[in-house]
Write a protein that binds this ligand. Structure first.
Ligand SMILES: [Zn+2]
Length: 293
């Protein structure tokens, strides 16, 4: 029997896996592949972003609650899940920015966090690795660090001379950056809502978003059709009850409108050790052929 295909996606905090590329994960699981989500930090410094969860005791138990929420989301998506075991750096705010808290993920030496991810890669043996681009998708120090760690681990995992104590070398074949929030996608949803006489949740956001003529969409090489899995993605998001308000703009555009206007999730092929032609519609393009051979 052919080897199963394996996808690993590396995220900064619990809930990032559900807000960036979750429908893609659910689709690959439904198609019989093994999918693992790695979360670099525990999200301990998250605040309560859902008013319904703003009740006594919640903030005090945040680390514990986020572990429970993550387990629930992983179950809904059908993925395996591993914590990398580092501590949330928090989003520094103010002018000047305060220093990052001691011992947080963004301050851990890159060699140390890379070794932890290399160990997981060598154990799970993914064919494809997915992470954020060099800007982190959004400028949180943990997201930028997640990118750095993932790229370093992609390069080191197959090298028998690196991290010799961290398992048998395994080289993933492709590395992707996920591009969830593009200006183009927001505008498409904004227009679709207006055309239907509905209130666009993106009016303010688009006004604030300076148009410098560039869009991450220009970097996209790969669009994965996954509209059938939008309802599962929503359930996974809602499992992160402290972070996701059911009345927020996450859910303002119905699945039906999303399916009509934008039925895909977008990725950028950053490295490939297999032959493939872009644009692609499958993260395993070129890998299927190689693994089956
Ligand atoms: Zn995050």
């Amino acid at each position: 029997m052919a080897d199963k295909l394996r996808l690993m996606t590396v995220h900064a905090h619990p809930d990032d896996e559900s807000s960036k590329g979750a429908a893609t994960l659910a689709r690959y699981v439904a198609e019989g592949n093994d999918v693992m989500v790695v979360t670099c930090t525990g999200g301990e410094r998250g605040s309560i972003l859902n008013p319904a969860m703003d009740k006594p005791g919640v903030l005090e138990r945040m680390s514990e609650i986020r572990i429970e929420e993550m387990a629930k989301a992983a179950h809904i998506l059908g993925v395996q899940h591993h914590w990398l075991g580092f501590v949330d750096s928090g989003l520094p705010e103010g002018d000047p920015l305060p220093p990052l808290p001691e011992g947080c993920f963004a301050l851990v030496p890159l060699e140390e966090s890379t070794e932890a991810l290399v160990r997981l890669i060598r154990d799970f043996r993914p064919h494809v690795l997915v992470t954020y681009d060099e800007n982190g998708g959004y400028p949180h120090p943990d997201h930028i660090r997640t990118h750095e760690v993932s790229v370093a681990a992609f390069d080191a995992a197959g090298d028998p001379e690196r991290f010799t104590e961290a398992g048998v070398p395994w080289q993933p074949l492709k590395l992707y950056y996920s591009h969830g929030f593009s200006r183009g996608k927001l505008i498409a949803f904004h227009n679709a809502m207006n055309e239907r006489g509905l209130e666009s949740p993106y009016d303010e956001w688009l006004k604030r978003w300076e148009d410098d003529g560039t869009d991450v969409l220009d970097r996209v090489t790969t669009r994965v059709e996954c509209a059938d899995y939008f309802p599962i993605r929503n359930q996974a998001l809602l499992a992160h009850a402290t972070q996701i308000d059911p009345n927020s703009r996450w859910f303002a555009v119905t699945d039906e409108i999303q399916r009509e206007v934008w039925p895909t999730e977008e990725y950028e092929l950053a490295r490939s050790l297999v032959d493939t032609t872009v644009p692609e519609d499958d993260l395993f393009a070129g890998v299927r052929e190689k693994v089956a051979a």
